[in-house]
Design a protein around this ligand. Structure first.
Ligand code: ADP
Length: 612
């Protein structure tokens, strides 16, 4: 017997399927894992490098633009500082008091002029303001009262003086010989009545400018014609010389007379304009930008930190790496979800396949059992029938025996007439036995499986003669109500007989204990349908059993008496014929017991006269 499908079995199916699916899932997970690893190991550094490179390029461009914009500002700043008071010497050169002084430098005039120049110089924030005669001797100066007073000094050798005497105006940058403070000198010639009397000179220092530049983020320096740094916001670099070979072409090429000066501590590397400077042991990189300051032989340089370039590159690299890692993890999570989904599907699929397999197994097992039972039913029927046949044949055999014995005695007595009668009886009995075996042969003939016109009247007659002995034994009266003509129905004779034998046999069983034991077989036709029914005077069928009548193995009989297959097989046969078999209780009918009715299709070969 197949085991019933219970919960534990289904669970074990699911577990087996889950194990299989886990294997599949492990395989399915392998790919996303590799992808994640590849993305993390290759994608992340690559994305970081690309992003960093791109960001560095952008930052470099920005840095150049920014550095040159700043440089232009500082340049303007420097020029403004230089020209701030350029008009003052010119104005003083026109001053009558100055011409008077130069015409006749009396001590009073000198003293007055000293104080005047001191007042103006202070107001301007100038380094020095002084007046020289044509020989270059300083007659009066704003710093007349200080320790490094210019008064009495001769500056004839100074280029600005010579330029002023010769051309009317002179400019020059120089370190003060007495003060050693660098300054920008602006000189104007003093002329009276077409005679050169001397020059007024203004010296402006750069401390104010340098102080203003100190907070600038850039390192700023101004170099002179010789390449010497004289203005800068980096205290240590003042009076240092530019490196002899700079990586960029300077707008003003130094003339190289800065020997003896310390060289700026710059190192060069990478692109031409990149300069590395060690600051507190740390190397910092700068972008060098230079511009010529017009009017002088000076060059203004700025060093802008390259930190933003590397900073931006780093940030972009980090962001790209993070984005890539995030994308990798997201892709991994997605792949995991897909794998989980695939796993679920695989589990379901495997469980379904397993279930299908087991159902197929169980069905095959069931079919096997059914075959066995059918076989058993056949054997049981065979047993019943052989008992009946033995009974049928035994009687004529015994009669034949006694007729034969009698014939021998009669022959001895010479009663030939009586012997003939006895032999006639024996012949009659053999005819009867031949009839029985003929019918059995017909029944035992294998069903052909081919449908054709079958005589319904004939089938009833055959079935009744097969059961005749039994009906007689059980004292069952059979009434038939058949039309005089043959009713041809679609079917197959052996199987139609089989159905009738079954229905009549059941009816005989049903009336066995009843006071009246009657059966009625009726055949009617209407249009192209023939109705063939077997009714009995038994107790009928319980209402509750009616729907189960044709279910295989439904039986109310004692074990060994019935298998409950007869009606289900009969039902199948009639359906094969294209008809139907129904059961009902005939309480309102003639006999009161059960009524089984076959609806059969009337065959092509319509009603024919029954042969007499
Ligand atoms: P079996 O005769 O082996 O039990 P069947 O399939 O032929 O198997 O019949 C099934 C059951 O139907 C019987 O056990 C009986 O209870 C019921 N049945 C069949 N024919 C009749 C009838 N004429 N009257 C009452 N009950 C019947």
């Amino acid at each position: 017997m197949p085991k019933p499908f219970d919960g534990t079995r289904t669970d074990s199916i699911a577990q087996g399927a889950a194990r299989g699916a886990a294997r599949l899932a492990a395989l399915a997970l392998e790919r996303p894992r590799r992808l994640l690893l590849a993305l993390l190991l290759l994608g992340v550094p690559l994305a970081a490098a690309l992003a960093a490179g791109w960001a560095a390029g952008q930052a470099e461009t920005d840095l150049h633009a920014h550095a040159h914009a700043q440089l232009a500002l500082y340049d303007a700043n420097l020029r403004a500082e230089l020209e701030r008071h350029a008009a003052v010497p010119l104005a003083l050169a026109q001053d009558s008091e100055v011409t008077a002084l130069l015409g006749d430098p009396t001590p009073e005039r000198i003293d007055r002029m000293n104080r005047k120049l001191e007042g103006i110089g202070k107001a301007l924030g100038a380094s020095a303001l002084y007046i020289m005669d044509t020989s270059g001797l300083t007659l009066t100066a704003s710093n007349w009262n200080g320790s490094s007073s210019f008064v009495g000094q001769n500056f004839a050798y100074r280029p600005y003086f010579r330029m002023a005497i010769e051309r009317g105006e002179g400019h020059h940058f120089a370190l003060g010989t007495t003060s050693f403070i660098p300054g920008y000198y602006t000189a104007h010639r003093v002329v009276a009545e077409n005679r050169t009397l001397g020059a007024v000179v203004l010296k402006v220092g750069f401390d104010r400018l340098e102080r203003a530049w100190v907070p600038s983020p850039e390192k700023l320096l101004v170099t002179d014609r010789d390449g010497m740094v004289f203005i800068t916001n980096v205290e240590d670099w003042r009076y240092h010389a530019l490196p002899r070979r700079l990586p960029i072409a300077l707008p003003v090429v130094p003339e190289g007379t800065s020997e003896g000066l310390d060289v700026l501590p710059w190192a060069f590397g990478g692109a031409a304009d990149r300069i590395a400077i060690a600051e507190n042991g740390v190397e910092r990189r700068y972008l060098l930008a230079s511009v010529a300051v017009p009017g002088g032989d000076w060059t203004l340089h700025s060093l802008t930190s390259r930190e933003p370039v590397s900073g931006r590159a780093q940030v972009a690299g980090l962001l790209a790496a993070a984005a890539m890692a995030l994308a990798a993890v997201a892709a991994y999570a997605l792949a995991l979800r897909r794998a989980a989904f695939a796993e679920r599907l695989a589990v379901q699929e495997e469980a379904r396949a397993e279930l299908e397999r087991r159902v197929a197994e169980a069905t095959a097992e069931l079919r096997e059992r059914e075959n066995e039972l059918t076989q058993a039913a056949k054997l049981a029927a065979l047993g019943q029938m052989s008992a009946g046949i033995a009974h049928e044949i035994n009687q004529p055999l015994a009669a034949m025996r006694s007729f034969a014995d009698n014939a021998v005695v009669l022959l001895e007595r010479g009663r030939t007439e009586s012997v003939r009668d006895n032999l006639g009886e024996i012949a009659g009995l053999t005819d009867r036995m031949a009839a029985i075996t003929r019918q059995l042969k017909g029944f035992a003939r294998r069903a052909s499986g081919r449908l054709g016109p079958v005589s319904a009247n004939g089938a009833v007659g055959q079935a009744l003669s097969l059961l005749e002995a039994r009906l007689r034994r059980d004292d069952v009266t059979v009434e038939t109500d058949l039309p005089a003509h043959t009713v041809w129905v679609t079917g197959e004779d052996v199987r139609l007989q089989q159905v009738l034998v079954n229905l009549i046999g059941n009816a005989a069983d049903a009336v066995r204990g009843a006071p009246v034991r009657r059966l009625r077989i009726t055949l009617t036709t209407a249009d192209d349908v023939a109705l063939l029914s077997v009714a009995d005077s038994g107790t009928g069928i319980r209402d509750a059993d009616l729907p189960r009548m044709f279910v295989p193995f439904f039986t109310t009989k004692e074990a060994g008496e019935g298998l409950g297959l007869g009606l289900s097989i009969s039902h199948g046969i009639v359906e094969d014929f294209g008809g139907s078999l129904t059961a009902a209780n005939g309480r309102s009918g003639l006999l009161g017991g059960a009524v089984f009715t076959m609806r059969l299709k009337v065959a092509e070969q319509k009603t024919m006269e029954q042969p007499s």
